[in-house]
Write a new protein. Structure first.
Length: 159
């Protein structure tokens, strides 16, 4: 089987986009794309909080502000790379990839979906792990963000 130049270009674009999104995620989630206020307040209130009268909508403003700031950083990094490596990117692919990334990031950062997934896939203890420098919820959150960014890279590359 021979590989065409178009197939090689697609593979190179996917690899480049995936690399930028992976680096961008770390920079945007941990350095430039989130204030302390956003980090502390973006999660959904607990079931106990809601039972005590707290609105289940609490935290959405902080979450959406973080998601917006995060994606500005991601877009800036992708644009910077594109200036040096003119990747064949389409507006449709970029819109789909960034829309998926923003939606999935916002849902995951509410925290309860990550906890629910761990509790329903046989890992409730991992969801509660906070020892020896490890935090199960954080590690699962980051793994799920990486999975979502893989889908974003595919959308950006192929649409």
């Amino acid at each position: 089987m021979t590989t065409s130049i178009d197939q090689l270009a697609t593979l190179a674009t996917f690899g480049s986009v995936w690399a930028v999104l992976a680096v961008g995620h770390n920079v945007a989630d941990h350095v430039l794309g989130q204030s302390d206020h956003q980090a502390a307040n973006k999660g959904a209130p607990s079931a106990d909080d809601v039972s005590a009268g707290v609105s289940p909508r609490r935290g959405w403003m902080a979450c959406l502000a973080h998601v917006g700031q995060y994606h500005l950083v991601m877009a800036a990094l992708l644009a910077l790379v594109w200036l040096f490596i003119p990747l064949p990117l389409s507006v449709t692919g970029l819109a789909a990839g960034f829309a998926w990334s923003a939606a999935s990031h916002a849902v995951l950062d509410r925290r309860w979906p990550v906890r629910w997934l761990l509790q329903h896939t046989g890992s409730p203890d991992f969801a509660n792990l906070r020892t020896a420098g490890l935090n199960g919820m954080y590690l699962a959150d980051q793994a799920l963000h990486a999975l979502a960014l893989l889908v974003s890279a595919l959308l950006i590359t192929r649409l």
